[in-house]
Design a protein. Structure first.
Length: 69
């Protein structure tokens, strides 16, 4: 797992570390606020983190909750 984090791109790393600092669970909208990244960048980075098996999005109400795997 450590090696994968090192190979993450800047946005992916920023998002991964933000989720980590939030005890491994955070609202997707909070990620946008905290990181200051555009929604599209957050969404794209989460797609990549999910494809690498590092994170998972779950629907909650009108938004998503993001969890580390």
């Amino acid at each position: 797992l450590r090696m994968q984090v090192i190979t993450l791109k800047d946005d992916e790393r920023k998002i991964y570390e933000t989720i980590l600092e939030s005890d491994g669970i955070i609202e997707q909208s909070e990620l946008v606020e905290i990181t200051g990244l555009p929604k599209s960048n957050v969404s794209r980075s989460l797609d990549l983190l999910e494809s690498k098996g590092l994170a998972e999005r779950r629907r909650r109400g009108t938004g998503n909750v993001v969890l580390l795997k």
